[in-house]
Design a protein around this ligand. Structure first.
Ligand code: ZN
Ligand code: ZN
Ligand code: ZN
Ligand code: ZN
Length: 597
């Protein structure tokens, strides 16, 4: 750097007197003009004395890159010796400008230069060299990094850096962040232990809710982090809200605190107990079940019903109880050994139990020990004791049929006593028409799900079950594919369909549920909406509405059973039930004055 003063060889030359923009051509001997403005000029500037560049002449025989006082002259940083800084920034790179404003002047203990040094004390160059060889998770070793030599840098090329490289298993797609304890990384290979030995508690004591809340704040373990990652993954796939995701992570934290053996898989009964501590039950069970971490130990509704009806009283003889339990197991789980059987709907099994209870009770009271003792006469006597004209007999017959069929199949009874027993006919009622004004009002319901469901039943005669189980993929280009039938949707249905789909996309944009009709509860899952959805919000029931539509059709066609059979997929008995109404005096021509059969 040239010393200042009038005689300094390379002091900053004054500007040209004429143009006031270029520097003077040379300073010794003194000239007041640049080459462009020299009297008798303009003259071509000579090449640079140092680099021989023919463009960009500055002054004193040097170009603007080579002249030390030119604003374009590039040099090394005063702090870190990095190449590529301009004099207008006081020959200092941006990192060193920050460094100088944070650390005092001093002598570096590693390279001996006088510079701004950290508390180590190390200059910035030594620290940067140590960072080149830094191990993940360790502080930079300044002494070892500068032992033999130093690597110089280009200035201003060091951008914001991460001190420790991110491990491979942390993906940025999941937006992991150190700030959020729900997204901390965990050791690879973290798993629940399938064979963890559980120490059962001698006394069950509920923890203090305040202590629990404090533990919840600091709870952290590899398994907790593993759980949180599972939930985050599940939540992303099912389009959960942040709130729902965090609630489930919170519940899993609670579980990890409460359970005496945190490494064992999770019992469903433990999850159900979380209700006491404001835990989330259903979604937590969903996540655990899908991750295969759940032990199902909560009896289902049917199993509870069965236990309440048969087991809890303790009056049942052992053989009978074992046989009934076998029957329940086959009904619910199906059977792979002969006679093979598919699992039955829990609702069906419940009706069978309902029918079996009074019959079994009379036999137990009569001192029977086993179903093998039951004869055809016993059954007829038991059935005769049931009130006539109600559905009790029908349910009892069905239950007994099912029970003895399975017991016979397993050779637990010698003969099937139900053989040759005439089944009672189911009492049927006459289908009644609905008030058209109510249907019209429900078709224009402000609830788009109700409007669509009512329209589907009213225009196409679907059952409530069919509507609930429609999937998005069943409707293609305004045509509904249903059980092999291809139904072109009516215009009013299509209008309500698009209104519903708009609403669905707006409310649950990320849902993965394949079903057409979803609600707040099922949007984060893959299950249909349940039998009362969306009919709970409506004044009509799908069965009544469908019956009304079939009635309407059968009156319009003059009792064409074949047509009803095709249109609505009814059985012959079912269609005949409607046919009766055509002759029924009360119903004749009621809503169809012009179509008398
Ligand atoms: Zn000039
Ligand atoms: Zn030059
Ligand atoms: Zn620097
Ligand atoms: Zn140093």
């Amino acid at each position: 750097m040239p010393a200042p003063g009038p005689n300094a060889a390379l002091r900053l030359p004054p500007k040209c007197n004429a143009c006031q923009s270029n520097r003077v051509a040379w300073t010794s001997p003194r000239v007041d003009f640049c080459y462009q403005c020299l009297p008798g000029g303009p003259f071509a500037a000579p090449p640079c004395n140092r680099c021989r560049a023919r463009t960009d002449y500055f002054s004193q025989g040097l170009c603007s890159r080579c002249h030390p006082r030119s604003p374009e002259h590039i040099g090394s940083c005063k702090g870190c010796l990095a190449w590529g800084v301009y004099p207008r920034h006081n020959w200092t790179c941006w990192s060193c400008r920050w460094w100088q404003s944070h650390y005092p002047k001093g002598t570096c203990a590693h390279c001996g230069r006088a510079s701004h040094v950290s508390d180590r004390p190390a200059c910035r160059l030594c620290l940067e060299n140590a960072r080149l060889e830094q191990k993940p998770g360790r502080a930079p070793d300044v002494a070892a990094g500068n032992k033999d030599s130093q690597q110089l840098f280009f200035a201003n090329m060091v951008f914001k850096r991460r001190v420790t490289p991110v491990p491979d298993y942390v993906s940025w797609a999941g937006r992991w962040s150190k700030k959020n304890k729900n997204q901390l990384p965990y050791q690879p290979g973290t798993r629940f232990n399938d064979h963890a030995l559980e120490q059962l508690a001698l006394f069950e004591m509920d923890p203090d809710p305040d202590v629990l809340r404090q533990r919840l704040l600091v709870e952290d373990s590899e398994l907790t982090r593993y759980c949180a990652a599972i939930v985050a993954n599940h939540a992303r796939r099912y389009g959960w809200s942040v709130r729902q995701r965090n609630a489930v992570i919170q519940s899993l934290r609670l579980l990890q605190i409460l359970r005496p053996t945190p490494t064992a898989k999770v019992r469903a009964s433990d999850v159900v107990c979380l209700r006491r501590y404001d835990g989330t039950i259903t979604s937590t069970l969903d996540v655990l079940a899908e991750a295969d971490l759940l032990i199902e130990d909560v009896p289902t509704r049917v199993e509870r019903y069965f236990n309440a009806k048969f087991i809890e009283s303790g009056a049942l003889p052992d053989t009978m109880r074992e046989h009934l339990q076998l029957w329940l197991q086959v009904m619910l789980g199906g059977s792979r050994q002969a006679p093979r059987q598919l699992p039955r709907e829990p609702e069906t099994v419940e009706l069978h139990i309902q029918g079996l209870v009074p019959v079994v009770q009379t036999w137990v009271e009569a001192g029977r020990q086993s179903f093998a003792e039951i004869s055809k006469d016993d059954i007829l006597a038991a059935l005769a004791a049931l009130p006539t004209g109600t559905s009790h007999r029908h349910f009892a017959e069905n239950g007994l049929m099912s029970l003895f069929k399975i017991l016979k199949g397993r050779r637990l009874v010698f003969t099937n006593p139900m053989r040759g027993i005439d089944l009672t006919r189911v009492a049927t009622n006459l289908p009644l028409p609905l008030d058209p004004a109510v249907i019209r009002a429900e078709l224009d319901s402000p609830n788009p799900a109700v409007a669509l469901a009512v329209a589907l039943v009213a225009f196409h005669g679907l059952t409530g079950k069919q509507v609930g189980e429609l999937q998005l993929t069943d409707i293609v280009d305004g045509r509904l594919h249903l059980g092999g039938r291809d139904i072109p949707l009516a215009a009013p249905v299509r209008a309500r369909l698009s209104a519903w789909l708009d609403h669905r996309n707006r409310t649950w944009p990320a849902t993965a549920n394949p079903y057409l009709l979803i609600n707040r509860r099922t949007a984060p899952r893959l299950v249909p909406g349940g039998p009362s959805f969306p009919w709970k919000e409506s004044r009509i029931r799908p069965r009544a509405l469908r019956e009304d539509r079939i009635l309407h059709e059968i009156h319009a066609t003059g009792g064409d059973v074949r047509r009803i059979y095709d249109l609505f997929g009814l059985s012959v008995e079912g269609a005949t039930r409607y046919l009766k109404t055509v002759e029924h005096p009360d119903l004749r021509n009621e809503d169809q004055p012009g179509t008398q059969p």
